[in-house]
Ligand binder design. Structure first.
Ligand code: KIV
Ligand code: ZN
Length: 517
């Protein structure tokens, strides 16, 4: 669909699927729902909500998103086999606009070493599975995994076949982030020349960032005629990630003269989406990250500051306000009432039950007693972590430390109805506390990353801590914020252990996650 002289580019968000494949980015069902609500506010055209065959947890999350989120296509991923496709449909069928995304690799490399199939067998499978998917829903996307390294003639043949079988979108992934902008531009053009039916479907691209070219390749594909891009908030995703939604959208916005394209994205929601994802996953973006990084609009050099003061456009091609980065997020304090608190929560994109609001309000009041100014980030960190299936609850932390004593931490953790105590030394108060919790929980998980940041940098600020643990190859990040960073660390660790517990007990794998692409 074109809008005046501009072409409309569909934004297919895969933060909840490919994005969740980032190490440490696992989200629980409530976190996924919160993010899906925010993606809907952001204005994406499609939300790839998960891979329902991968686990019970994924299935339930896709189903919950399909049941609740309206006005957006809700997509479930499926390998090109009947079981996956049926499972994906069973989860997305509740949506106003359900869609199935089925994929199979088309490169000779994958055919030979991964799939052990001939080209003819692959062709038959792709075509028959698209036909099968179409028997459930009108919107079916086919992805030719590793398309950018596939034989062009064979790829054209497969695309021709799946369009004939009813695919409404054909997606061209650069699965391993191998292509370059000029090459991808030509590749897309050749596909358009080689497949007559392409003009009747939505041509999509899905670029990975292994060479740091995912956004550039996606933009090149748009110039060549792609009408949909698949991307993730903050560019999270498998390995080096996917094309970053915010970068694509802002490149199209700022350089309309080049791309002649628009999206349905409300750019004012970009920063909030980025922040929410960071809060949920504990994965921060680097300070110099375009659009959403801490320094993306900071002008340090005197000559730049001088120019900005005289005329903003000397050094700014867009304003922070364009992407929703107002600095007036200070709204609540210790005198704020429940009504204002509730309004704030709603405006931040959360949908909480009355009981949850009650619980968050109590935490807010406690925080407001310790901290004068409460910012949006503080509220996010109070609310973003909802733990429907908490096994462990930290009840008490008491630390002795200083420059003349060995750090010693005493903790109490509730497991079910039982309150357990322990104490431990460590390399510092945080290490001692984590050791003491581990003595109780005995998870055998290894802490592989620890980060502490101050939410707004004064000494009265909350410390925002993320702790990533590893167990049997699974990486999970927990997060917490508190004015005492040892308490925040203990809570973040317990949060990670709770997520791990959910992962091990709820996300029972029902198929091998060979689809890590
Ligand atoms: O990178 C990839 O090829 C994928 C497909 C499943 C679209 O994620
Ligand atoms: Zn991918």
């Amino acid at each position: 669909m074109d809008v005046g002289q501009f072409k409309k580019i569909k934004i297919f968000d895969t933060t909840l699927r490919d994005g969740e494949q980032s190490p440490g980015a696992s989200m629980n069902i409530n976190e996924k729902l919160n993010l899906a609500r925010q993606l809907a506010r952001l204005g994406v055209d499609a939300i790839e909500a998960g891979f329902p065959m991968a686990s019970e947890g994924d299935f339930e999350a896709v189903k919950a998103i399909a049941q609740e989120i309206k006005g957006v296509e809700i997509v479930g991923l499926a390998r090109a086999n009947e079981k996956d496709i049926y499972r994906a449909y069973s989860a997305v069928k509740y949506a106003e606009r359900p869609a199935i995304h089925t994929f199979i690799a088309t490169s000779d490399l994958h055919l030979k070493y991964k799939l052990n199939m001939t080209r003819d067998e692959l062709y038959e499978r792709a075509v028959s599975m698209v036909r099968y998917a179409r028997s459930f829903t009108e919107s079916v996307e086919f992805s030719a995994e590793d398309a950018s390294r596939s034989n062009l003639d064979f790829l054209c043949k497969v695309i021709d076949g799946v369009i004939e079988a009813g695919a409404t979108t054909v997606n061209i992934p650069d699965t391993v982030g191998y292509t370059t902008p000029f090459e991808f531009f030509n590749f897309i053009n050749k596909l358009k020349e080689g497949v007559a039916g392409i003009k009747d479907i939505t041509l999509s691209v899905h670029c990975h960032n292994d060479l740091g070219l995912a956004v550039a390749n996606s933009l090149s594909a748009i110039l060549a005629g792609a009408a949909q891009v698949e991307c993730t908030v903050n560019g999270i995703g498998e390995r080096a990630g996917n094309a970053a939604l915010e970068e694509i959208v802002m490149a199209l916005n700022v350089r309309k003269d080049i791309y002649h394209a628009v999206t349905g994205i409300n750019a004012m929601e970009i920063y909030r989406s980025s922040q929410l994802l960071t809060h949920i996953t504990g994965i921060s973006v680097q300070p110099n990250k375009a659009i959403v990084g801490k320094n993306a609009f900071a002008h340090e050099a005197g000559i730049h500051q001088d120019g900005i003061l005289k005329e903003k456009t000397t050094y700014e091609i867009m304003t922070p306000e364009h992407v929703g980065r107002q600095s007036n997020e200070l709204v609540l304090g210790k005198h704020s009432g429940k009504h204002a608190f509730k309004e704030k929560i709603v405006s931040l994109g959360y949908l909480l039950s009355d009981d949850e609001i009650e619980g968050a309000f109590v935490k807010f009041k406690l925080l407001a007693d310790k901290k004068k100014d409460i910012y949006d980030e503080d509220i996010d960190s109070l609310v973003a972590k909802s733990h429907p299936l908490e096994k462990y609850e930290l009840k008490y932390v008491n630390v002795v430390c200083g420059d003349t004593v060995a750090p010693l931490s005493m903790v109490k953790v509730m497991i079910g109805d039982e309150l357990k105590h322990s104490s431990s030394c460590g390399n510092g108060p945080v290490d001692a506390t984590i050791n003491a919790v581990e003595i109780i929980v005995n998870s055998k998980a290894k802490v592989i990353a620890y980060e502490v940041k101050s939410i707004r940098g004064t000494t009265e600020a909350q410390g925002d801590v993320s702790v990533t643990v590893e167990q049997n190859g699974v990486h999970i990040t927990g997060r917490s914020a508190h004015t005492d960073i040892v308490v925040a660390s203990a809570r973040a660790y317990v949060n990670a252990l709770n997520k791990l517990y959910v992962y091990n007990n709820v996300k029972k794998q029902v198929c091998s996650l060979e689809i890590r692409s």
